[in-house]
Design a protein around this ligand. Structure first.
Ligand code: ZN
Length: 175
């Protein structure tokens, strides 16, 4: 226990501007994401403490749900993504991609998991998973000519296919 306490620490105010932040844990075992102080733009690779007060959520912006690809990841507006997908239709694409569940503030819930993309079109994406999923997700897909793109999805349908579930997701923009 001692060793864990020594290598992780909690940040409750911005080290640059001293503004309040939700409790961010640096160096801990929780899922790491990239957070940005809305006041000064300082960024933190950290996990959000489960005990962090909700009223401080407005003080940070989640820049990257999947920090491993943050240098390569692009964020596209839905209308730009749709235009791109219409211009260059993709063949049915089955690949395993990282996903994370989102809560009503679009904050990540729990750890990353893998889903299989089944199709990607201008109207949305179909994903396959071992469990049925509801609500909102962030996924990271890789598109030819564009690279990694972080997509936000609202699950709009779900059906059981054999032992798996196929969900349809509609793209939406972050507020
Ligand atoms: Zn700051």
């Amino acid at each position: 226990m001692q060793a864990v306490a020594e290598r992780e620490f909690q940040i409750k105010s911005c080290v640059k501007c001293d503004g309040p932040l939700p409790t961010l844990v640096v160096g801990g075992d929780g899922p790491v994401r990239e957070w940005e102080c809305r006041n000064c733009g300082a960024t933190y690779l950290a996990s959000l403490s489960p005990t962090s007060p909700d009223q401080l959520r407005d003080t940070v912006k989640l820049s990257h749900y999947f920090p491993a690809h943050r240098d390569a990841a692009t964020t596209l507006k839905v209308k730009d993504l749709e235009r791109e997908l219409r211009r260059h239709p993709r063949k049915p694409l089955m690949m395993s991609v990282p996903a994370t569940k989102l809560d009503h503030d679009l904050f990540p819930v729990g750890d990353e998991f893998a889903v299989v993309t089944r199709n990607l079109s201008a109207s949305g994406i179909a994903i396959v998973h071992s469990q049925s999923l509801v609500g909102k997700l962030a996924v990271l897909v890789e598109l030819p000519d564009i690279g990694h793109v972080q997509l936000l999805l609202r699950i709009v349908r779900c059906k059981k296919v054999g032992s798996l579930y196929e969900m349809g997701g509609a793209f939406f923009d972050r507020r």
